[in-house]
Design a protein around this ligand. Sequence first.
Ligand SMILES: [Zn+2]
Length: 138
Amino acid sequence: MSKGSFEYVDITLLKQLEQRLEGREGKEESKIFKTCPRCKVRKPLPQFTTDKRNTNGRTNVCKVCKVIEYLKYYYGDRERILTVNKKYRDDHRGERTKYFQDYQENHKEHLQKVGKAWYKKNRQRIKKKRLKLKVNLK
Ligand SMILES: [Zn+2]
């Protein structure tokens, strides 16, 4: 991918992320602030990813800086990362499918219970959706 597309992805993704974080800020009403060492901005705690190893339970670098870091890493080394990921998928083909099949087989009762509970909780929503579908089909 060319350098131009990096700029494009970078900006749209970051804007989305910042908007989402701003929207969440009001809801969580955090009174705790932390200064990010990368962007030097004081931000409320929810704007830092959780990290159990840290004493305050959050990473030092804020979420936005983490995304920038990742995008730089990804687009700086995209070819190699894609090759490594593809090799991993090729080497482990079918393992995930088998894992999920085994899991379903071994956790049948649990999955049924969870599924039933989910259906009960979302029954109204599902019915509404089905009704909408019927109307659309007519
Ligand atoms: Zn930052």
